[in-house]
Design a protein around this ligand. Structure first.
Ligand SMILES: [Zn+2]
Length: 426
């Protein structure tokens, strides 16, 4: 019995450590008093937890520069030691793979990108990611033991119950693949997988245009049309990870057949391929995405009109979404968002026209602040903060962090995480 109580006390202490770490991830620099307030723990408990984290090499202490010169000792502030571990972020888009190494403050240490057909062979795409990762580790001098985990973005819906790619038509080479398990085995580390639009949402919410807000819609306009929803401060995935798939909302009953098998989906009207197909006859050749952006920037009337019409169709669907979830901001990201104001103005106008006046009044439509790296930064954030922070506490799986201090490579494999067990099974 006493042993059991001891075990419980250990779990409780680890959870409280995770709470302090989570607070430091959010606050950056904090005094012990701040930490007690934010975590709801007593000042004494916080003091003892900080001492433990300090001994484990996870936090640094520094004097509060703002208070020097006053009477008495300046208060000591605590922050996470960014050097305590390295996070891997991998973003698979349809036609390229990006990989980044970041410290635990989410500062990117090294990143690279290669163009490859991701859709048709998961194994080739994973090989490419591994190759980039090895090169980045070599150039940044990061050893395997320093890596605490990887966040991975995929351009299709992920069934969160299984970590499996849910749709054969959207990502044919990955359909039914247990992506999280496969990636954990290949990378040899703890892996979290999410849909790319969700990661863009997480990044803009954590570091970009959605900072400090709690209800946000992120629309990703790239090769597809998708959205990530932040509701009440958390990413919303839905029952099987399909929340935010606005590209497949039907907007024309007799429209073109979509890759999902339905007709007249938003993507067939306002997606990248649809925009380029509309421009082809007038331009007399296949128009690339880059060329679309250049034509809009040069003020080409036809291209600006086509992009504006796409914005209207997207805004019409977003108007219904605004009625449904009442966001404070719609952040427009993805490569096509570089079309800028002609696109954003059309989205804004459609929301103003079709959403409930109260919902339309409150919502701002803004350009993403993180550009085409949003999804990659979101993948990093999966490891360093974001949803993982709360999940860590809920799952009592403190902490992919714990191992960062130990030279022993088994130390970075916290017990009880399913994806980690998969990694060990390899
Ligand atoms: Zn569709």
């Amino acid at each position: 019995m006493a042993e059991l109580n001891g075990e419980r006390a250990g779990v409780l202490r680890e959870r409280n450590c995770a709470r302090v770490i989570q607070a430091l991830r959010r606050q950056g620099l904090a005094s012990r008093t701040d930490l007690a307030r934010v975590t709801g723990l007593s000042r004494t408990t916080v003091g003892s937890l900080v001492a433990e984290l300090h001994a484990r090499g996870l936090v640094l202490e520094e004097a509060d520069g703002r208070r020097q010169g006053g009477r008495g000792r300046p208060p000591v502030l605590v922050r996470l030691d960014p050097a305590a571990g390295v996070a891997v972020g991998i973003d698979f888009d349809h036609d390229r793979v990006r990989v980044a190494l970041a410290d635990l403050s989410s500062t990117v240490l090294a990143e690279d990108c290669v163009e490859i057909d991701v859709d048709h062979s998961a194994s080739d795409a994973i090989d490419a990611a591994l190759e980039i990762l090895a090169a980045l580790q070599a150039s940044a001098g990061v050893g395997d033991a320093q890596i605490v985990g990887a966040g991975v973005g995929l351009p299709g819906p992920i069934d969160r119950r299984t970590g499996t790619v849910g749709s054969a038509v959207i990502l044919p080479g990955w359909a039914g693949l247990p992506a999280r398990e496969t990636l954990a085995q290949r990378l040899g580390m703890s892996v979290q997988v999410d849909n790319d639009a969700n990661l863009g949402a997480l990044a803009e919410f954590s570091f970009g245009a959605g900072r400090g807000l709690s209800d946000m819609v992120y629309v990703r306009l790239g090769s597809g049309v998708g959205a990530g929803l932040v509701l009440g401060g958390s990413l919303h995935h839905g029952a099987v990870g399909l929340a935010g798939e606005i590209g497949h909302v039907q907007v024309r009953t007799d429209g073109a057949v979509c890759r999902c098998g339905n007709r007249g989906c938003l993507e067939t009207v306002a997606g990248d391929a649809a925009i380029r197909a509309l421009l082809r006859p007038a331009r007399g050749h296949d128009v690339s995405r880059q060329e679309v952006l250049e034509l809009v920037a040069a003020g080409d009337l036809g291209t600006t009109r086509v992009v504006g019409d796409a914005g209207s169709a997207i805004g019409r669907v977003l108007a219904d979404l605004c009625n449904a979830v009442n966001p404070e901001v719609v952040v427009v990201g993805g490569e096509l968002s570089e079309a800028g104001e002609p696109l954003l103005a059309a989205i804004r106008e459609a929301i103003d026209r079709y959403a409930l006046p109260g919902a339309a009044e409150v919502v701002k439509v803004v350009h993403g602040e993180l550009g085409e790296r949003a999804e990659l930064l979101g993948a990093v954030a999966l490891v360093t903060r974001g949803t993982a922070a709360l999940a860590l506490i809920e799952e009592e799986t403190f902490v992919s962090f714990g191992g960062a201090v130990g030279a022993d490579s088994t130390a970075r494999r916290p017990a009880g995480r399913r994806e980690v067990l998969h990694a060990e099974a390899s």
